[in-house]
Design a protein around this ligand. Structure first.
Ligand SMILES: [Zn+2]
Length: 318
């Protein structure tokens, strides 16, 4: 190796090292068994510890269903939604419209890094993390062409992790989902799955137009900014649909679809091959399921409806 080449490698190393330091400036590291939590100056260690515990639960829940990460994940915690948004744009190069315009949280990146707003709970941590594990099986390109399935699995997983931590909150959350979806079904407002396939189609639901069905008020945006949780029908419907298909046909089939798509099969074909019916036929099954649900009975029950076989794991880490 000649001198110039060695110097180039050295300079590249210095650049990467200074970049890492810059990104971690103003943050303190907290280590759990399977993740590193960087918490911004001003965020309490208790909050870092809580997110660490949340992740360890998500690690087990997602691991059992989808698999384990190839790298140790890192989470960045922020004082405010604004701090998070500024950091994403200024230090992480997230200048795209999803972040700047809709202030959405990016999915856990290729390097297993995720960004969590001040009140982001276990459901959000598990949701973002499960996107990354799905990307280990099928690439991002696929996930952006099967948005209802991709987001539905992430929501289902988030609910399952929440159910392990706090069954009462999980029960309220799924009741909220079911209420929204059943009333959309009754009002004939369900979104056809074929209109929730691509990333562009999905993004349209964030536009504040009457046709999007989602006119977010400033309060709702502020809530999202603090928690990462949006009350959108696209999320709720995808979550209930995916929970239904998992409860009917098992989680293994979800993994089979992901694996098949990871090998290059388009999502609708993989779906048809694994389940033995098309996405449109599934839509009819889903509607029949919703028609049979009684919201009054759902409100009265204290047991979980969409996720089950939940056991509380022993959370061990220092
Ligand atoms: Zn998502």
């Amino acid at each position: 190796m000649n001198k110039i080449c060695r110097l180039t490698i050295f300079l590249a190393f210095l650049f990467l090292a200074s970049n890492l330091v810059a990104k971690e400036k103003g943050f303190t590291a907290f280590y759990t068994e399977h993740a590193t939590i960087f918490y911004q100056d001003g965020v309490s260690k208790d909050r870092a510890c809580e997110v660490g515990r949340d992740f360890e639960i998500a690690y087990k829940v997602v691991g059992k269903d989808l698999g384990y990460p190839k790298k140790k994940p890192r989470f960045y915690l922020y004082n405010s939604g604004k701090d998070m948004n500024d950091d994403l744009i200024n230090n992480w190069g997230h200048g795209n419209s999803a972040i700047t315009k809709y202030r959405l949280i990016p999915q856990m990146n290729w390097d297993y890094i995720a960004w969590i707003p001040p009140n982001g709970g276990i459901d959000l941590v598990a949701h973002e993390y499960s996107h990354r594990i799905m990307r280990q099986i099928a690439d991002l390109d696929f996930l952006k062409k099967s948005m209802w399935f991709n987001e539905g699995v992430a929501e289902y997983t988030g609910l399952k992790a929440l159910a392990v931590k706090d069954t009462g909150s999980a029960s309220s959350k799924e009741k909220e989902w079911l209420k929204n979806v059943i009333s959309a079904y009754r009002d004939n407002n369900l979104i056809p799955f074929k209109e929730m396939m691509t990333d562009d189609q999905w993004m349209r639901f964030f536009e504040a137009t009457p046709s999007s069905g989602l006119n977010y008020s400033q309060d709702q945006w502020n809530h999202f900014f603090q928690t990462g949780s949006l009350p959108g029908l696209n999320y709720n419907q995808s979550a209930v649909a995916v929970s239904f298909i998992i409860n009917q046909y098992g989680f293994d089939k979800v993994k089979k679809v992901l694996k098949m798509v990871g090998k290059g099969k388009p999502f609708p074909e993989a779906f048809q091959k694994v389940y033995g019916f098309s996405q449109e036929e599934f839509e009819a099954q889903f509607k029949a399921y919703l028609a049979g649900l009684d919201m009054k009975k759902i409100e009265a029950t204290s047991t979980l409806i969409l996720v089950f076989t939940v056991t509380t794991p022993v959370c061990q880490f220092n």
